[in-house]
Unconditional design. Structure first.
Length: 406
């Protein structure tokens, strides 16, 4: 059950001039986009090597605690980055063009970084959703808005890249970053599209149907590789052209969204012929749930969800979890005032955040934990269980029981 760390052992000594970027490389660059490069990697075209960036990063963040990326972020990303200077394949790659913008007013979270591999090869990596709650709200907007602020930023970012006649461009991203990689490639000027060799969406959500049906998308489609794990949740959201390829993860449920758990063989990921039974169920349930709502209803639901979360005063998921009991009580009180249908939909959302079976009623299945703590690489989230457990109980039932005891 090899993963990308094993890939570095196998091919870390082979330069990009000897072996062009492959899909596992695209994942490594996508994960590096989650690193906090503020004050380390410049936003302009002049960059620094991976080796130099790691030295500066370790100097700025000397301990694992200092390198905390967020509540549901993958902790191994920092370890992966720190390991790269030992790899001749990555050590002298130049990192440049780091951008990280969060705008609550315009409801946007956007970040990207670029890598110069030499020989006129550039990789652009878009960050997925991070710890900022406003980024999650922007994700919800994808279900009813054809364009969100990050879409525009992604196209502008790609347009700012220096191009030459020999430029070879790879565009990649994990989660929402994969969505932005596809969007930016499809909507860029023809002179940029002509330079794009490959686009990777790694368990990234899809698009509204009109985007998939567009001429620009069809023109780029043969250069787009969409990978989802066997019981994907995130990668099956919204529409895609159903040409996604299924990769094998060694975990189940939402934990499969962590690509550090995807199995690697050579320069690619281990493929599976079809989604798992759970993946098929996720696909069916999510499509039915989303299709049952009009765009206006999706927007209304989004406002309900984030009005509830904003009542806690938290700006990030980490802050939401720091005062978990107080915040959970605030959320539960507000949710219990909703109508039954909306309340059930909110419960479904929190169940998904907790890594529950989205199509299952009754007792949920969760990954086993050792000594009451999440296993390495798994989510250690306690806010969501508190809310999800409370939402399983109908407030009307509690009121009725109260009357019976009087």
């Amino acid at each position: 059950m090899a993963n990308i760390n094993d890939y570095l052992d196998w091919r870390g000594d082979i330069s990009f001039s000897e072996l062009p970027p492959c899909e596992v490389d695209s994942l490594i660059f996508s994960l590096l986009s989650y690193i906090d490069f503020d004050g380390i990697v410049p936003s302009g075209k002049e960059g620094i090597t991976v080796r130099e960036a790691v030295d500066a990063y370790v100097g700025k963040y000397p301990t694992p605690k200092d390198r905390y990326l967020g509540l549901i972020m993958i902790p191994e990303i920092s370890e992966l980055f720190i390991r790269l200077p030992a790899s001749p394949r990555f050590a002298d790659v130049r990192i440049f063009g780091y951008v990280n913008e969060v705008c609550e007013r315009c409801e946007m979270q956007f970040s990207a970084v670029s890598f110069d591999l030499g020989d006129n090869v550039t990789v652009v990596a878009f960050r997925g959703t991070d710890d900022n709650i406003v980024g999650w709200k922007e994700d919800f907007h994808l279900s009813f808005r054809e364009e969100v602020p990050s879409h525009k930023k992604a196209v502008e970012y790609l347009a700012a890249h220096p191009l030459t006649r020999k430029t070879h461009l790879y565009v990649t991203g994990h989660s929402k970053g994969g969505h932005l990689a596809v969007w930016s490639a499809v909507h860029s000027h023809k002179k940029i599209r002509d330079k794009i060799v490959k686009v990777y969406s790694l368990d990234g959500p899809g698009f509204l149907p009109q985007v998939i049906a567009s001429e620009q998308y069809r023109e780029m489609s043969d250069r787009i590789t969409t990978l989802v794990p066997q019981s994907s949740l995130v990668g099956l959201l919204l529409d895609n052209d159903r040409s996604f390829q299924i990769v094998k993860s060694r975990k189940n449920g939402l934990l499969q969204h962590n690509p550090m758990l995807w199995e690697v063989m050579g320069g690619g990921f281990v493929r599976l012929p079809q989604l798992s039974a759970q993946g098929v169920k996720n696909d069916t349930v999510l499509r039915e749930k989303i299709a049952a709502l009009t765009p206006e209803e999706r927007e209304q639901f989004t406002e309900v969800i984030f009005d509830i979360l904003s009542a806690t005063g938290a700006k990030t998921l980490s802050e939401l979890n720091e005062s978990k009991v107080k915040n959970a009580i605030t959320v539960i009180k507000m949710v219990n005032e909703l109508d039954r249908e909306t309340r059930d939909a909110v419960g479904l959302l929190f169940a998904a955040m907790l890594n529950l079976d989205v199509g299952k009623k009754g007792k949920e299945k969760r990954e086993p934990q050792e000594n009451g703590k999440a296993a390495r690489g798994e989510l250690d989230v306690t806010f969501f269980p508190l809310v999800a457990e409370a939402l399983k109980r109908d407030p009307a039932d509690k009121k009725q029981k109260g009357k019976e005891t009087k």
